[in-house]
Design a protein around this ligand. Structure first.
Ligand code: 5GP
Length: 123
């Protein structure tokens, strides 16, 4: 498995992107293409490609991602109005970057949980 992703470079600040949070396990920064007014990505510092690759050794990291989401939601001022946390997995989940990341989405009403495409992209 490659240890190099676009997110690794952001975490190491080889690609400039303001970090909203960083500790020994996770980092957080704004999505480059925000879908809503508050769209933050919370990412493990080590590359874990998908949720399918999570092991028991990653439980602290995965839990930390939730804690950081909670902290950032408060800082964004969306904790009371509400927000959504999403981790996409593989093709049907719509995953594009194979380095686990949790989307923190909020700042406006997000509507129903899922908006399914009319036609399957698999045809
Ligand atoms: P996925 O579809 O894999 O769950 O989400 C990947 C997300 O990463 C997308 O929302 C996309 O806009 C974001 N993204 C892709 N490349 C970059 C980048 O270079 N910088 C930042 N900040 N976000 C990125």
């Amino acid at each position: 498995m490659s240890e190099e992703t676009i997110f690794s470079k952001i975490i190491r600040q080889e690609i400039p992107a303001p970090l909203l949070y960083q500790d020994e396990l996770v980092s957080a920064f704004r999505d480059i293409s925000p879908r809503v007014s508050s769209h933050i990505l919370i990412v493990p510092n080590k590359v874990i490609a998908t949720i399918n690759d999570v092991t028991v050794d990653d439980e602290l990291t995965m839990g930390r991602m939730i804690s950081v989401a909670k902290k950032l939601a408060k800082e964004e001022g969306i904790d009371e109005t509400g927000y959504r946390l999403i981790i996409n997995c593989n093709e049907d989940g719509g995953q594009e970057v194979f380095h686990i990341h949790m989307h923190l989405l909020g700042g406006q009403y997000l509507g129903p949980m899922l908006c399914l495409p009319t036609l399957s992209k698999k045809g």
